[in-house]
Design a protein around this ligand. Structure first.
Ligand code: NAD
Ligand code: ZN
Length: 247
């Protein structure tokens, strides 16, 4: 049985590494980009989530981002996040590399979280560098559009997420690839594995000898490389794995 096999592999891991994507937060009520019900069926991503679009008109960006921000700030970790935190606490995972920007891994108790696409919990002024919590900027959006920097009054306040056209945080990427090269078990959860270079992390891990486990609602391009593929919801599958390991 595949869940049993996944539990055996993760239970025996010495350098287990997880890579998560939007799917792991879907059961917390945050829509994914791709896949069934994904946001990208409604917006053109390369347009609204690009740095060019933001720079051309911050109001247009914030008008799209406003509702999504409200949902993300109210979201709470689900059993999938908690299971990953438990695997780390039990020594089965050394870190969670995440493409998510929602901060829910940290909220669930994961300690080593490597955010390769930044964080939406903080907003930065592109004029003076001032940083503010997203929650504070979010609270003024109804009265102020676009939001203004509390220090310099500038109108280019951008969440510290990586938009299309922006470079990735190099330190996080290097750390993620270094861990992938050392991994003996690579667990990919809730990622369509089509966004590079994040999708290359499991590739590097398997080339270095790691066993790959993919838990995703839909097929991914790397399923054929995997030792175990589990088609299901991360909030249901991951707690079952923890239960089999610890039970
Ligand atoms: P994605 O949206 O491309 O793919 C999500 C995958 O998760 C899909 O293949 C889908 O089938 C699967 N999925 C949906 N619900 C699931 C569930 N309950 N359990 C398991 N799998 C499930 O996500 P991605 O590959 O992470 O890439 C999208 C990019 O968008 C990322 O770079 C990320 O920065 C950003 N993003 C972040 C958030 C967030 O922070 N929560 C949300 C959406 C998008
Ligand atoms: Zn400023």
């Amino acid at each position: 049985m595949t869940i049993q096999r996944a539990a055996e592999l993760i239970g025996g891991a010495r350098h287990g590494l997880a890579l998560t994507g939007a799917g792991v937060s879907a059961e917390s009520g945050i829509p994914t980009f791709r896949g069934a019900g994904g946001l990208w069926t409604r917006y053109d991503p390369v347009k609204v989530a690009s740095i060019e679009y933001f720079m051309a008109d911050p109001s247009a960006y914030w008008n799209v981002s406003k509702d999504r921000g409200r949902v993300a700030l109210a979201a709470r970790p689900n059993p999938g996040h908690h299971a990953l935190a438990a695997l780390e606490a039990g020594g089965r995972l050394v870190a969670v590399v995440t493409q998510n920007t929602d901060g829910l891994h940290q909220d669930s108790g994961s300690r080593t979280v490597i955010e390769v696409h930044g964080s939406s919990r903080t907003v930065q002024c592109l004029d003076c560098g001032n940083r503010e919590p997203r929650s504070e900027v979010q609270a003024r959006l109804d009265a102020e559009m676009p939001p203004r920097c509390g220090i310099c009054g500038g109108t280019f306040l951008k969440p510290t997420v990586v938009l299309f056209g922006e470079p990735l945080p190099q330190a996080a990427i290097q750390q993620a690839f270094a861990l992938a090269r050392q991994a003996d078990v690579m667990l990919v959860v809730g990622s369509s594995l089509v966004v590079y270079p994040a999708a290359e992390i499991p590739l590097v891990a398997t080339r270095s000898g790691a066993k790959l486990i993919v838990i995703n609602a839909e097929p991914t391009p790397f399923d054929e490389l995997a030792a175990v593929v589990i088609r299901g919801k991360s909030g249901e599958v991951l707690p079952e794995i923890v239960e089999l390991i610890d039970g």
